[in-house]
Design a binder for this molecule. Structure first.
Ligand code: ADP
Ligand code: MG
Length: 244
């Protein structure tokens, strides 16, 4: 594996007495794309949220780019700037134009001036194929376009790593393809990506590795061909059979 970009070591997370992550070990190399699959409630979102400290782990360690983000003395804001996150719900600001959605966080969080932020916004809108929507408002866009704006907004911050939590699950089926195409391009450009998804075709074609989680543990971790094509574990087989 190339230099590890994300390292998760014996990660544990409980909510009250509900232990949701029960010792997760995972390394993701620079430029690697890892898809995380598994049943609802298995802890996939919690794992992503622990990587960028939206949730505070109960135990274990997480390192991003060699920096221990679980170190109590870490600058959480500095860590989060290195990690882009895209959610199922796009969370765009409805009262701001597409360009303003991209420039506001750059100016607030990174302190970029207006011209620089606008330039980076335009570059990243082009990257997701939405240059012509720069002055539109979110409500006038399709769900797929809104999600591509959300991806562009995350990219405009210049992250080293992108986390996606079921980015296409809220979309009408005919809008899923455009979002996956943007993610595929990003993967080909060498972005390090961790993607929670139920899109098995995407996982098969784009992921370097697929991780199957169940009940707070990683049950299988291997190539798409191993985990999706020829799962060794009964729980994985059962999960996959229900998706078909
Ligand atoms: P997945 O993304 O795989 O569906 P989640 O990580 O969302 O799973 O949830 C795993 C478990 O953790 C579930 O039992 C869920 O109810 C619980 N959980 C998640 N977030 C919270 C929270 N903020 N407070 C309490 N329980 C939570
Ligand atoms: Mg989830």
């Amino acid at each position: 594996m190339s230099r590890p970009e994300i390292q998760v070591k014996d990660l544990r997370k409980s909510f009250g007495d509900n232990e949701v992550l029960r010792g997760i070990d995972l390394e993701i190399g620079s430029g690697e794309v890892v898809c995380v699959i598994g049943p609802s409630g298995s802890g996939k979102s919690t794992l992503l949220r622990c990587v960028n400290l939206l949730e505070e782990p109960t135990g274990g360690r997480v390192l991003v780019g060699g920096t221990e983000v679980t170190d109590p003395d870490v600058d959480i804001d500095a860590v989060r700037r290195r990690i882009g996150m895209v959610f199922q719900q796009f969370n765009l600001f409805p009262h701001l134009s597409v360009t303003e959605n991209l420039t506001l966080p750059q100016r607030r969080v990174l302190g970029r001036d207006k011209a620089e932020a606008a330039k980076v916004a335009a570059e990243n809108l082009a990257r997701v194929g939405l240059s012509e929507k720069a002055d539109a408002y979110p409500a006038s866009l399709s769900g797929g376009q809104q999600q591509r704006v959300a991806i562009a907004r995350a990219l405009a911050m210049g992250p080293e790593v992108m986390l996606f939590d079921e980015p296409t699950s809220a979309l009408d089926p005919e809008l899923v393809g455009d979002v996956l195409a943007v993610m595929r391009r990003l993967a080909n450009e060498g972005m390090t990506m961790m993607v929670v998804t139920h899109e098995m075709t995407f996982a098969r074609e784009v992921a370097d590795r697929v991780v199957f989680m169940d009940a707070g543990v990683i049950v299988e971790d291997g190539t798409p061909e191993q985990v999706i094509g020829n799962p060794g574990n009964e729980r994985t087989r059962h999960f996959l059979s229900r998706l078909l």
